[in-house]
Design a binder for this molecule. Structure first.
Ligand code: FNR
Length: 384
């Protein structure tokens, strides 16, 4: 096992082991990638207040997310094509999340289907839904998530139309990958990846192929999906989903205090401050910059979570200190998966948990639920 001491080690290992098309898909943002980069770099601008001579024994990171107990306030964000970072990636990530007592969220655009996760893992998981033009398909997805006993639904609001990622266009991203000469040459240099892929039958969008009439192969799938994200999505649609689902509803992709208030008024149980990991509106602020104003606007009736750019336990702590009730991570667990499969996701979570625990102690706290803005020094993003 290679020595892995931080999330960056996992990223470098994943870059070596995952075919370029899928590594680039994970490790990129839209257009100039300004927002994508700011998500990470803005965390470094926030300074922690070091405390000494306070009791640091007997610490706890336990918390809740929409009333569900979690071992630390971190969940896995929904990510499309996760089963292309490693064979059966969604199943492996869900298992690692279960081991660490945190929620896994399955994307609509996953390779393993809702039923695959329900069959091959034991924990309840969350399902992420996009608003699609085919409302009949959405109804069926919600029904399938209910049948699989998903304990919450995450409705993503920030992808009515698609931001452009240059690398995906250049690489001709598709799942399964098209067997062009450059792809074959690149994949041939990633033996761990392709040998594991040969052992699974899951090579395309498991929630869609075979579940929509006429969508049976990769070309019909890509033309169907390209037309499906609904640009007309509005708050009435959110209410429609809420009524249809009837369970815990989490709204994802809020970056503006006014939208966040509307999201809270729509009856959501939680909202996620998120710019889709810098993959949609390039030029938007980082999620951590957007967080404090949204926390203030929403008040205490609805949980506010944040994702985007979290690469360490220190980042999780800063987000909690700025008022997030909990956090989510996307790329860090994808790097773990690409690097070392299930073990890599577990290593990623272990690293983040240890960093969070020790950093919280060095800031003079023993219980994550007592962390507040006063562990931060005044500076960027920290309201006076
Ligand atoms: C995503 N994201 C995403 N979000 C969503 O609601 N549904 C999806 O299918 C996807 N797909 C997806 C694929 C990949 C490769 C990435 C990196 C991201 C966004 C994701 O849920 C989350 O908001 C970001 O990943 C958070 O930023 P970090 O942690 O990756 O920096």
């Amino acid at each position: 096992m290679p020595i892995v001491t931080c999330v960056e080690d996992l990223r470098l290992l994943a870059r070596k082991r995952v075919p370029r098309m899928f590594y680039d898909y994970a490790d990129s943002g839209s257009w100039t990638e300004t927002t994508y980069r700011a998500n990470e770099t803005d965390f470094a601008k926030i300074k922690l207040r070091q405390r000494v001579a306070v009791n640091m024994e007997d610490r706890t990171l336990a918390s809740t997310m929409v009333g569900i107990p979690v071992a630390m306030p971190v969940a896995l964000s929904p990510t499309g094509l996760t089963g292309m970072q490693h064979a059966d990636g969604e199943i492996l990530a869900a298992r690692a999340a279960k081991k660490f007592g945190i929620p896994f969220t399955l994307s609509t655009m996953s390779i393993c289907s809702i039923e695959d996760i329900a069959t091959h893992t034991s924990a309840p998981f969350w399902f992420q839904l996009y608003m699609m033009r085919d409302r009949g398909f959405m109804e069926r997805l919600i029904e399938r998530a209910r049948a699989a006993k998903c304990s919450a639904l995450v409705l993503t609001l920030d992808l009515q139309i698609l931001g452009q990622r240059h690398k995906d266009l250049r690489n001709g991203l598709s799942a399964p990958p098209k067997l062009t000469i450059p792809n074959i040459v690149n994949i041939a240099t990633k033996p761990r990846w392709w040998t594991s892929m040969l052992r699974t039958r899951r090579h395309s969008f498991g929630n869609i192929v075979g579940h929509v009439q006429g969508v049976e192969d990769v070309s019909s799938l890509s033309s169907w999906t390209a037309t499906q994200f609904d640009p007309k999505l509005d708050w009435d649609d959110v209410k429609w989903v809420r009524k249809l689902w009837g369970g815990k509803l989490i709204l994802k992709g809020l970056m503006d205090p006014e939208d966040a208030r509307l999201a809270a008024d729509s009856g959501a149980d939680a909202l996620i401050v998120s710019n889709h990991g810098g993959r949609q509106l390039d030029g938007a602020p980082s999620s951590i910059e957007a967080l404090p104003a949204i926390v203030d606007a929403v008040g205490s009736g609805t949980e506010v979570w944040v994702d985007g750019g979290i690469r360490s336990g220190q980042d999780v702590l800063k987000a909690i200190a700025l008022g997030a009730h909990a956090t989510m991570i996307g790329r860090p667990f994808l790097y773990g998966l690409g690097a070392l499969g299930e073990e890599g996701v577990a290593r990623c979570l272990e690293i983040i948990r240890n960093e969070l625990d020790v950093t919280m102690a060095l800031c003079g706290h023993r219980d994550i639920r007592t962390v507040s803005r006063d562990i931060l020094l005044s500076g960027p993003f920290v309201p006076a």
